[in-house]
Ligand binder design. Sequence first.
Ligand SMILES: Nc1ncnc2c1ncn2[C@@H]1O[C@H](COP(=O)(O)OP(=O)(O)OP(=O)(O)O)[C@@H](O)[C@H]1O
Length: 254
Amino acid sequence: MTDLVLENLSVLRGKRRVLQQTNLHLHPGEFVGLIGPNGAGKSTLLRAALGLVGAEGHSSLARLSPAVRARIAAWLPQAREIAWPMPVIDLVALAQNGRRDAPQVQAALARMDVAHLAERPATALSGGEQARVLMARALAQDTPILLADEPIAGLDPAHQIACMKLFAARAAEGRVVMASLHDLGLAARFCARIVVLDHGQIVADGAPEKVLTPDLLGRVFGIHCHIATVEGGLVLHPLESCNHLTWKEGSDAG
Ligand SMILES: Nc1ncnc2c1ncn2[C@@H]1O[C@H](COP(=O)(O)OP(=O)(O)OP(=O)(O)O)[C@@H](O)[C@H]1O
């Protein structure tokens, strides 16, 4: 059981402070959705938490040696690039010192629905398939903390839902799972806790029904949403942008 603790974590890019004095305590068992508009600082927060960008302040992961950190935290970056045409199973097995038959490798291939692709070159897959393979590698690390930057981007709806359910299940096993997400509906439905970032600052943190109010969605995202509470959680569906993001029809059509 491992907590993730950030204290006064700040990141400077040039003269701009793109992450400001961030305090966050994530507990084992939590599936946290990190949301915010483009440029809000979600990737920066995740990278600073892992010690991958220079930051002021404290993260419980950042000062660990890479070898120790790799045993504690798995990381799925936003960029999904696979450079080498190695078989999918060997790419996933890198998470377990190359052991193809490790149970974590077999389980991760099955959970991300890529077992049937195991012998295919990882570079010869579709974008969504590659994303699932890289997610499988992160899962195969079998760490108490999993940080994922837009893990469901590019997945079809069935795999998006399966992935969100899987994250919730990993958290229920006693792990910390935090994922940046742009799909507010899926975040509302599957995350027990939502952290909202805007201009490098946490502006809300709590249960989806407390955080995802019409006021916050208008202020931070500039959207009107349909929000309903149903058995099993919140349903949230963006309907309309309510400010500067309304482009004029035909103004820039190619
Ligand atoms: N290498 C960089 N150099 C300078 N500024 C950067 C760099 N990377 C990111 N930024 C800036 O830092 C801010 C936060 O970026 P970040 O990538 O963390 O946002 P994000 O919330 O993950 O956005 P998105 O939803 O678009 O992925 C943005 O204003 C961005 O322009």
